[in-house]
Write a protein that binds this ligand. Sequence first.
Ligand code: PEP
Length: 249
Amino acid sequence: MRTKLIVGNWKMNGNLAANATLLRDLLAEPTATGCDVGVCVPVPYLAQVHALLAGTAIELGAQDLSAHAVGAYTGEVSAAMLKDFGVRYCLVGHSERRQYHGESDVLVADKAKAALAAGITPIVCVGETLAERQAGLTQDVVKRQLAAVIHANGHCISEIVVAYEPVWAIGTGQVASPEQAQAVHALLRLQLQAASPHAERMKILYGGSMNAANAAALLAQVDIDGGLVGGAALKAPDFLSIIAAAQQG
Ligand code: PEP
């Protein structure tokens, strides 16, 4: 039995006052049981959120990191720097990074490696575009993306979290059906089984327009172990509803 994991991706949203209000509202609910929770926040707010989450059940996450450990990489943030602020999770290979910043499968794999080396759990995002799905390429794309991370990380692969995020579902309101998502999750589980003796305990999250209304059906699927939540993570009642669905699922 895998404990569910719900992770909010705040993307480039928030400010000091709004973050404090959102976290106050999330923390006003009783501590989540039977479900792990995290929030991936913009870098300038890591210190603020680290302080506000101290001693709570919500874990701190980041949205990206450098593949390099240290040095002349202007604008980049290393895994060790994130670790200094208590970061537990870090997204790698989010489709917005792949799309807008040209991140390759190899770079994503190296970022996962950098996170693991620092004791941060990388949440490795994979997913196909609409054109790729329509061309029947979904399986090829997600397998290729995950294979690069498996190849670069050897036995450490057991320590990653995978997030299946169909690009056509992210921020569009067009969620994958539970059956569509489960089919890809089952495929990813098989791929993990071939790479790790611990695949049964590894978490595969679904992301893409997950909300309070559709979360329960998605989270009831056998290989969907939680959610990576964008827009709905910015509204406390919606995020809390998704957490509640995960506690029951
Ligand atoms: C995301 O950013 O990872 C995401 C899933 O966004 P949304 O929930 O808004 O589709």
